[in-house]
Design a protein around this ligand. Sequence first.
Ligand code: ZN
Length: 278
Amino acid sequence: MVSGPARRQYTTLEGAFLRDASRTRAAGIASTAMRTVDPLRLLALLLIGGGFIGWVLSRDPVSTTACSTGDPSCEVTVDPATTAAAEPPPTLAAADFCNDAGYLCAGLAEAEVVRLQRWKDHEGTVVVHVPPPEGLTGGDARALQRAAAQGVRAWNDQPFPILVDLRGDRDPDFAVRWGRYAGTRLGLTRTTWSPATGLRVDFIELGTFAPGGGNRAADPRQIRLTAAHEMGHALGLPHSDSPRDVMYPTNTATSMSAQDYRSVEVLYDLPDGTSITR
Ligand SMILES: [Zn+2]
């Protein structure tokens, strides 16, 4: 798609260059003819010149010569990574930005600067593999797998369509895995970020068993909310400072909030790596 218009435009430029060259050549031929008075010779020169012009205009002007920087037809072929390196992400002042940014500025309570980190250049559906937990059987395992899938899907179309693969049939962008935690932890997300790649998700991990030890299965409602929380981190969201949001550090929300949706919307409206200062 991109190369089509670029090639046509370059072809046009090349054609214009050739027409200019042939006009110059034709002018030279005409001025030579003016110095000679023999009408037959003049006619012969005009016929030869006209034939040359016709040959130039009719030949396929496609060229394999690389276009140079500054040629408008080169602009569509610039590597996005090169563009990002040339234009560093912006820095925004909290006073200008934070009023309607959900909880993207919550981290400024502890830090002078927060940097927004999100998926970069991703197009299409995000595929997440959600397997059943090991160590549980039958209905318990299915209930937790279903709850985790619901939590991940809570972010469907925010901004990416999300496909949860329960059987592992597809090549996923990342997977949920199951773990056993001491204490009250219910889940964690591991990500990596660099300016070149944006945010990458290594995995989301959810706790199979209820806090407090033993082999009792975790509460599916807690797993659904935890999976939604961890999926928010996987998309790049920070913690919220409001207990009503799913991104609050403990499971106090009952569902996704308007603030959750607003935060991810603003996050993906801004360039990856945008900084916000106090
Ligand atoms: Zn968290």
